[in-house]
Design a protein around this ligand. Structure first.
Ligand code: C2E
Ligand code: MG
Ligand code: MG
Length: 424
């Protein structure tokens, strides 16, 4: 059904009768069709259960005698409530944010927080949000809901259907493109270029990760070889799964993948996700240290989301720290996020690491992380992951926009010999 204000149904939960009347009045002033009220969580559950038509918006006070807001939200999450929710209360902002997080983790759609006193302006903003489509940047390849099985992934590996997309990283100070992260895609005949979230765990769980990583590394190195020959001064980062670290000869396997090219080994950085570090500390340390000895760079990926202890940082021979995108996003608006971002950058710098912030989506995020002293920036704001052939075009335009001209053959090469690039 097409929603307009007149057919919106709102339920307000608050133990303060005056507040119930006041907010109901404001909603009616704004033209909302139906406003229901309840004085605590239990009453709210009762009202919800008595509805035939769904409630579109729930305004939920947090502090209520009897069943409070947290208990109420837990109950409606169990009942799979699918409408939008706005939290409102006089409790302090940190507490409200924790409650918002809790609701989101439970799968509820919280579209905002309102501090009391509620005004007609703040309710207008809430109603606007109700009509907004999803505001996140979503690329089609990440929306896929198909679940791959091991056989499909095996077939893709054998049929050479693993493609590499390249996402640029720029220097925070010079804004020049310094390197690219190589991100795997499974090129499926029906679904197109499928993102790793849809198949990496299958690869890992079915003993395919070593073949997979070697394939990705080889293809990425081959591409870098082409770019270096064209005069592009780039490095590459390749993701390594912690499941890879199950064999002591891994450094030799990776070295071999690079040695069959003209690429200097120190132009290759291996990224390891923090969340899985330390399963077997001695074995990880052995393998990672020997990877460094061979000359690879070593990056701790998604920093801040896992369990890397200070001990991990102290002893694992990392050269780079990559701060997860959840800390880049919102840091301009949210003080707690900003504190974490700022201290992670300082921590990385204090350890002498190259600090990268990923997931930069806006100019404001970009300016902030540069000001906070990170070394490199990656994110949709700079450039999205793209096939090699598009990357050459993108780089040319990027440099032109910044009044620099790359004197390389990269772009001409693209025109003259498309097939040689398309192979990757
Ligand atoms: P990652 O290594 O942290 O890579 C960054 C992911 O964030 C990429 O997703 C990239 O497309 C996405 N991203 C980049 N900029 C932005 C941004 O501004 N906003 C948002 N919202 N997202 C951004 P992708 O390509 O889907 O890869 C997801 C993860 O899959 C990677 O996270 C990495 O952990 C894993 N992965 C990718 N390729 C490989 C691979 O060859 N081997 C292994 N083991 N894992 C891989
Ligand atoms: Mg990565
Ligand atoms: Mg990451």
């Amino acid at each position: 059904m097409n929603k307009n204000k007149k057919n919106i149904r709102v339920l307000i939960l608050d133990d303060d009768k005056f507040m119930l009347e006041f907010v109901s009045h404001l909603f009616r002033e704004l033209g909302v069709g139906e406003v229901l009220v309840a004085e605590d969580g239990k009453a709210g559950l009762y009202v919800l259960s008595a509805q035939i038509d769904p409630i579109d918006l729930l305004l939920c006070d947090v502090e209520m005698p009897g069943m409070d807001g947290i208990e109420f939200l837990r109950n409606i999450a169990d009942q799979k409530y699918t409408g939008k929710i706005v939290l409102f209360s006089g409790v302090d902002a940190d507490l409200l944010k924790a409650i918002e997080r809790l609701a989101i983790v439970r799968g509820l759609d919280v579209i905002g927080i309102l501090s009391k006193p509620v005004t007609i302006e703040s309710l207008t903003v809430v109603l606007k949000k109700l009509f907004l489509p999803v505001s996140r940047i979503v690329y089609p390849s990440t929306q896929l809901k198909h679940v791959f099985d091991a056989e499909e992934v095996k077939r893709a590996l054998v049929a050479d259907q693993i493609k590499i997309f390249f996402q640029p990283k720029i220097s925070a100070s010079s804004r020049r493109v310094t390197s690219v992260e190589c991100l795997a895609r499974l090129h499926h005949p029906k679904y197109g270029d499928v993102s790793p979230d849809n198949f990496i765990s299958i690869v890992e769980q079915n003993g395919l990760i070593n073949d997979f990583t070697r394939t990705v590394l080889k293809k990425s190195v081959q591409q870098l070889d082409v770019w270096l020959q064209q005069g592009l001064d780039l490095k590459i980062s390749v993701n390594v799964s912690m499941e890879n670290l199950d064999r002591f000869n891994l450094p030799e396997i990776y070295q071999e993948a690079v040695q069959n090219s003209n690429v200097p080994i120190d132009r290759v950085i291996l990224e390891i996700t923090e969340g899985k570090l330390g399963k077997d500390f001695a074995q990880s340390l052995d393998i990672l240290t020997r990877i460094r000895l061979k000359g690879f760079g070593l990056s701790i990926d998604d920093f801040g989301t896992g369990y890397a202890s200070m001990e991990t940082l102290k002893y694992m021979p990392f050269t780079e720290l990559k701060i997860d995108r959840i800390f880049a996003h919102n840091a301009t608006k949210d003080s707690a996020t900003r504190v974490i971002l700022e201290s992670s950058i300082k921590l990385g710098k204090a350890f002498g690491l190259n600090v990268v912030v990923e997931g930069i989506e806006t100019a404001a995020d970009c300016e902030l992380v540069a000001r906070l002293g990170c070394d490199e920036i990656q994110g949709y704001f700079i450039g999205k992951p793209m096939p090699a052939i598009e990357f050459a075009e993108w780089l040319f335009e990027y440099e032109k926009k910044n009044n620099r001209y790359i004197c390389s053959d990269a772009r001409d090469e693209k025109r003259n010999d498309v097939s040689s690039l398309e192979r990757y």
